[in-house]
Ligand binder design. Structure first.
Ligand SMILES: [Cu+2]
Length: 81
């Protein structure tokens, strides 16, 4: 009998790495807040932040770009369109 393997959210295909321009991060605590907000939404994502460049990179995310941007905005930081 043919059977199908269920594919859950943890096994989605990796999406492309995403880079965001995020303003309002003024210190290391802000960086941690942004990182935590993204990882609460997307536990498998690696978050690389360069605050001097207002840059937030999300590597191998499982969530779409818009969802990642929303998580950052909900944390209180501005994401450039
Ligand atoms: Cu701060």
């Amino acid at each position: 009998m043919a059977s199908r393997v269920a594919i859950g959210p943890d096994f989605q295909e990796n999406l492309m790495d995403q880079q965001f321009t995020v303003t309002g991060m003024t210190c290391g605590h802000c960086e941690m807040s942004v990182k935590r907000a993204i990882q609460q939404l997307d536990a498998q994502a690696e978050v690389v932040i360069d605050r001097a460049k207002n840059s937030v990179e999300v590597r191998h995310p499982s969530q779409p770009r818009e969802a990642l941007a929303s998580a950052i905005r909900e944390e209180g930081y501005a994401v450039a369109p």
